[in-house]
Design a protein around this ligand. Structure first.
Ligand code: HEC
Ligand code: HEC
Length: 333
């Protein structure tokens, strides 16, 4: 909501005035008609007008005003609607003096539920992720969360499908330590490989065979030999040995975990068309507590990697200057 202003549904002011006029005139009309029908007084001794129709033989109707209680009920309703429209939005785009909006109400409700939720999960928040992963209660809750928020892409068992990585195996695109997994879930991930790196499809097919040879899988030896030199176009990202680079999301091409398929055809297609996978960031929508539980759940699905023991002070990380970091991949230039 823009401060003091209801979400503008109208592209011009016309509809604002149009709807406001209908609303206000409708109320004024109700007041007028109610007034006209209830103020008519009878002189003492005068009979109300007899309407000229009869039912069931002799059942007749007098034109009496509404009973008082009924009239006041109507007036009450009209004044209620006026008070309501002053306080809440309803007259065109006037936001109401209370500035209420359904978006704010939703947010307040969500915050309240999240606060409840966080109370239940607070004990886990302070715990190490591997301890959480070992807790059967946390696991059960993690599973519920996974089924709600993740299964549409990763499958209810977490085994993924074409284009969606398997989260239960030891092969990770972006790393399998608790921190890596948490970063994948909280911040999302985008892995992208440009298409057309290999030239024509024949070259791509040769490289595909060479890739299979790197993994010790069945391949056509002559094709692989022809593809070896052309694999240079890939090594910047997937490494000379095809093992990839988890820190950067460059997949290992030598294992059996294929996101898009490991047949010659599927690999050729990956090379020719390129691949792009997007994992949506979850932190904002789910909050810290749910992300924490989900991380533990995913880590515990079978492929979780134990974090390296922390060394203090971390000498390796300090010693490597930024320039010595792995060169940017060829395609990024
Ligand atoms: C809209 C589909 C979609 C949803 C929903 C989704 N993911 Fe993902 N997720 C992906 C894709 C696609 C990737 C791989 C990204 C890539 O190809 O670079 C991925 C990657 C990941 C990774 C990294 C895997 C690896 O090998 O490093 C983790 C962990 C993960 N998702 C967990 C989750 C969890 C937990 C949820 C539920 C909160 C979730 N995902 C919801 C599509 C989705
Ligand atoms: C710029 C870096 C980069 C280069 C160069 C590159 N790739 Fe990739 N490749 C990636 C990324 C990133 C992915 C994962 C895409 C995703 O996450 O959806 C990928 C995915 C793949 C896949 C799919 C893996 C699977 O699990 O299904 C294959 C096969 C592949 N690359 C082969 C190659 C070959 C062969 C070459 C050389 C012709 C090559 N790549 C060049 C970055 C690169």
């Amino acid at each position: 909501m823009i401060a003091g202003y209801a979400v503008p549904d109208f592209v011009s002011d016309f509809w604002h005035y149009y709807i406001a006029a209908i609303t206000i005139l409708g109320i004024l009309f109700s007041l007028w008609i109610l007034n006209s029908q209830t103020t008519q007084k009878l002189a003492p001794g005068e009979q109300a007008e007899l309407m000229h129709h009869a039912w069931d033989g002799d059942l007749q109707e007098f034109n009496n005003p509404l009973p008082r209680w009924w009239m006041w009920l109507f007036y009450g309703l009209i004044f209620f609607s006026i008070a309501y429209l002053i306080l809440y939005p309803g007259v065109g785009k006037f936001a109401g003096v209370w500035n209420w909006s359904s978006a704010d109400a939703y947010k307040a409700e969500k915050d309240r539920v999240d606060a409840e939720f966080n109370k239940v999960f607070q004990p886990f928040m302070g715990q190490d992720l591997m301890a959480v992963a070992a807790d059967p209660k946390a696991k059960e809750m993690g599973q519920h969360l996974f089924l709600t928020y993740c299964s549409q892409c990763h499958g209810s068992s977490g085994q993924g499908g074409k284009g969606f990585p398997d989260l239960t195996d030891a092969s990770w695109l972006f790393g399998g330590t608790p921190d890596d997994i948490k970063a994948s879930i909280a911040g999302g991930r985008v892995g992208e490989m440009p298409g057309g790196l290999a030239g024509d499809e024949q070259s791509a097919r040769e490289i595909a065979n060479y890739v299979l040879s790197l993994g010790g899988k069945q391949h056509d030896a002559a094709m692989a030999a022809a593809g070896q030199a052309k694999y240079a176009a890939c090594a910047g990202c997937h490494g000379e040995n095809g093992k990839g680079m988890a820190a950067a999301g460059f997949p290992d091409l030598t294992d059996d975990a294929w996101q898009y398929g490991g047949s010659v055809d599927a690999i050729t297609e990956s090379i020719v068309k390129g691949r792009k996978g997007g994992m949506p960031a979850q932190l904002e929508a789910l909050g810290e507590a749910k992300v924490h539980l989900l991380t533990a759940y995913v880590w515990g699905l079978g492929g979780g990697v134990k974090p390296a023991p922390v060394m203090e002070p971390a000498p390796v990380a300090e010693a490597v200057p930024a320039e010595a970091a792995p060169a940017a991949p060829a395609a990024a230039q």
